[in-house]
Write a protein of this length. Structure first.
Length: 469
């Protein structure tokens, strides 16, 4: 990519974010945002969510209290990651001009990036770091350097502190090192260094969580998520097994809830998101409210959530182990369908449809009042409406093109470096799919990264297949 693309990308990015902030002068918020801000305000080293984004907010706060500055920074970092990715694709694979132009337009003139970056959330930064990481995977295969080994380790570690979806990144990195031309010593260094850094972070998080909650747990939210995932099947199973030790009290709350709710509340699915975490009268929140009466929580909710998380994790795990077929039917199967057509979820409406924000937000960003304004609270649903269908189409056509590639693999075998890169990306996408389906109800904002990667390599495969004709 030449300087012309760089200049257009820079000017387009500045123009787009300027116009966008005129239409949306305030950042966008949802429940996660408030947890991030509370953790940044308190200065604690653990939170309900990965602590990395809260540390980013705290560091940024030392420079400026402007929410606009945070949003602009997030957007420009994401655009830099996109340009870096396209530059490496262009340098290594020399695609036709139509491919570069298509990707350039799709990625640099994309309203989705603006809406993601406008959130006070880890989504935009995690997407940017993931793109930097994926780009460096290609560099490790094509032109590895010693400097890249250390930068790559730091990127993986940073991604892990932002979102635990990155826990499979080291596995993909191991494959990339296996395909690279580095010496064995540097390969081992590149593999072990991020594992050591992540391991140190995990140990510190567990120790801090134990101090605050009495339980050594890495992800407080993990226990909540496991129970939530298990509850989708609960109305359809005969849960006569004795509950695990220590969960008897919670078991009574669960039984009372499912025995008393109307029929329509028994048919929620992963399409409804993390329903049992969000719904205030579901067992998770009601049991939390009951237990919170005896807890003096000075951490913005972390101590309270952490105190009940082991109970939820044990109870949910027991249900899944005892009813694997029902779990597959009522969680895994619908969540698999969600993967290919993920709901927009929070992206459908600005600020959860409210024109007010909590006092924690006004204090952190020095707003003049709790009222926020925007050009529209709902127009983004119309603007982003087709993106889930586009993601499904990219996956479908990508699979078809990959099948054609496999059928012609003998004719394409001479392009060794592209084949290595392609199969690494295929493994990445398959593992991401499996991890996403197993971990939690899928939403679209978590799948923007694989959408960009899949689209790019699908177009590259199309061009190389056309060259065979």
């Amino acid at each position: 990519m030449n300087r012309k693309y760089l200049i257009i990308a820079l000017l387009a990015s500045i123009l787009q974010i300027t116009l966008f902030k005129l239409l949306y002068p305030y950042a966008d918020y949802f429940s996660d945002s408030f947890s991030y801000i509370n953790a940044a305000q308190s200065g604690i080293d653990v939170s309900i969510w990965p602590i990395g984004y809260s540390k980013f907010l705290a560091l940024f706060h030392l420079i400026t209290t402007s929410d606009t500055a945070v949003v602009v920074f997030q957007y420009l970092v994401l655009q830099c990651a996109v340009f870096y990715f396209l530059h490496i694709l262009s340098t290594y694979f020399h695609p036709a001009r139509w491919i570069i132009n298509t990707l350039f337009i799709c990625l640099f003139f994309n309203p989705l990036h603006l809406y993601l970056s406008n959130y006070i959330s880890s989504d935009s930064l995690f997407l940017a770091i993931s793109l930097f990481w994926a780009t460096q995977l290609l560099q490790l295969i094509h032109r590895p350097t010693i400097t890249l080994v250390f930068i790559h380790a730091l990127l993986i570690s940073a991604a892990f502190t932002l979102r635990y979806n990155a826990m499979y990144y080291p596995l993909i990195t191991i494959i990339a090192y296996a395909l690279s031309k580095l010496s064995m010593g540097w390969k081992l260094t590149g593999i072990l260094l991020p594992i050591i850094l992540i391991g140190a972070f995990v140990i510190h998080t567990r120790n801090t969580a134990k101090t605050l909650t009495g339980h050594a747990q890495f992800s407080v939210f993990g226990g909540w998520q496991i129970a939530n995932n298990a509850f989708y099947m609960y109305p359809f199973i005969n849960a006569t097994d004795a509950p695990p030790a220590g969960t008897e009290e919670f078991h009574k709350v669960v039984r009372n809830y499912f025995d008393s709710i109307p029929e329509e509340l028994k048919h929620v699915s992963p399409w409804d998101g993390a329903f049992y975490i969000k719904y205030p009268y579901a067992p998770l929140k009601s049991f939390l409210a009951e237990k919170s009466q005896t807890i003096i929580d000075t951490t913005g909710g972390f101590q309270s959530w952490g105190a009940v998380a082991p109970v939820y994790g044990s109870y949910g795990t027991s249900l899944i182990k005892n009813h694997p077929i029902a779990f597959s039917r009522y969680f895994l199967l619908p969540n698999t369908l969600n993967y290919f057509l993920p709901p927009l979820e929070k992206l459908k409406v600005y600020n959860l449809g409210s024109n007010m924000v909590p006092t924690s937000v006004t204090n952190w960003f020095h707003y003049p009042s709790q009222e926020v304004r925007a050009i529209s609270w709902t127009i983004q649903d119309k603007i982003l409406l087709l993106f889930p269908a586009i993601f499904m189409a990219i996956n479908l056509f990508g699979a078809i093109i990959l099948g054609s590639w496999i059928s012609n693999r003998h004719k394409l075998a001479t392009d060794h470096l592209f084949n290595k890169s392609l199969w690494l990306i295929v493994v990445l996408l398959v593992i991401n799919c499996g991890f996403s389906i197993l971990a939690s109800p899928i939403v679209f904002r978590y799948q923007v990264f694989p959408m960009i990667i899949c689209l790019s390599f699908m177009l590259l495969m199309i061009e190389k297949l056309r060259q065979l004709r």
